[in-house]
Design a protein around this ligand. Structure first.
Ligand code: SAM
Length: 321
């Protein structure tokens, strides 16, 4: 008799392989191999439901010994080193921190007058709290003097590309488990979360450069749930600064009622609110994709959709009107 639990996990890995084609041919092959490997599926089935996702599993594989050459190597490593795989997957979470998302946030930030106090929920290591320290090129049009984190962004529509960088006076982040860019283990984990593939080298270079910027002027990071810690974070906003609550690639991690409670809370607060999330995660931003992700994100300001954006920020398609 077939085990339906294993079949469900296999299905998830097949779906991941289908979604990952362009970004990571190596993970496509490994995910397909996992879907056909009953031993690896049994290992995954022994983990709590929320800990079986390919992104977490493959980051763990990479963290503990690099990207396997093929499914056979992956099989051997999981079977011989299962305890370490298990403890890493239980201790760590998907916390991919992509500073290039700031290119999508910048036009929304530019429409708010400063000085700005950024309060990022689901901040990971806080690398999206430095939009003023990176430089940009929107269709070749520069913003800021060229620096070590240089973000190129293609656009369509009437994007309000700013003439200058925003004035950020406070950087406050909340995360269930904030990562520390000065900690070698946390940096190794952040690097392991980057998928092998055509964009990998540029992403790793950007991650390291952004981490060096953050290390020189660390953000204030609060540990805990975003809804619970929001009042503590807002209490740190300096007098005279405009509080901007922002988040990117976070809402799919919250169960529906939790997400609803967070959105209701932010709407009531005297803050500006920028979200860059999968369609429909913020009400009124489209039909949600299964699982909350999708091929594009929607950038919204105070709940009003402004643009479709590439999930990693390399493209902004601003809505007319
Ligand atoms: C995919 S990462 C995105 C990180 C960052 N926003 C970015 O775009 O680069 C999602 C982050 O949300 C955090 N997170 C998930 N649920 C959370 C919650 N209930 N409260 C606070 N942080 C949460 C995770 O720990 C993780 O660091």
């Amino acid at each position: 008799m077939r085990d339906q639990g294993l079949d469900r996990i296999a299905q998830g890995y097949r779906a991941f392989a289908a979604e990952t084609v362009e970004e990571s041919p190596a993970y496509v092959a490994l995910a397909a191999a996992v879907a056909d490997d009953r031993d690896v599926l049994r290992f995954l089935a022994g983990l709590p439901v929320g800990k079986r996702h390919p992104t977490l599993f493959f980051a763990t594989v990479r963290f503990l010994g690099g990207v396997p050459a093929d499914g056979a190597e992956l099989h051997d490593r999981v079977l011989t080193d299962g305890d370490r795989f298990r403890s890493t997957m239980l201790a760590r979470a998907t916390q991919t921190n992509e500073p290039a998302r700031c290119a999508a946030l910048l036009p929304a930030l530019a429409t708010i007058g400063g000085p700005l106090a950024l309060v990022e929920v689901g901040t990971s290591a806080g690398l999206c709290l430095y939009p003023d320290r990176y430089s940009y090129e929107f269709d070749g049009r520069p913003v800021g003097s060229r620096g070590p984190v240089h973000l190129r962004c293609a656009t369509s529509g009437p994007v309000p590309v700013p003439a200058a960088l925003p004035d950020v006076v406070a950087r406050i982040g909340i995360d269930l488990d904030p990562l520390d860019v000065t900690d070698a283990g946390d940096m190794r984990w952040l690097r392991a979360l980057v998928w092998p593939g055509p964009a990998e080298a540029a992403r790793l270079q950007r991650l390291d450069a952004a981490a060096a910027i953050a290390a020189q002027d660390p953000p204030t990071l609060l540990a805990g749930d975003l809804l619970e810690r929001l009042p503590d974070a807002l209490a740190l906003v300096p007098e005279g600064a405009v509080p901007v609550v922002l988040h990117t690639a976070v809402l799919p991690y919250l169960a529906g009622p939790h997400r609803g409670a967070f959105i209701e809370r932010v709407r009531e607060l005297p803050v500006r609110w920028i979200a860059q999330e999968g369609a429909g995660m913020v009400p009124g931003t489209g039909e949600p994709y299964p699982g909350g992700w999708g091929p594009y994100f929607v950038l919204s300001l105070d709940g009003r959709p402004l643009a479709h954006t590439a999930p990693h920020g390399g493209r902004v398609d601003w809505f007319s009107g």
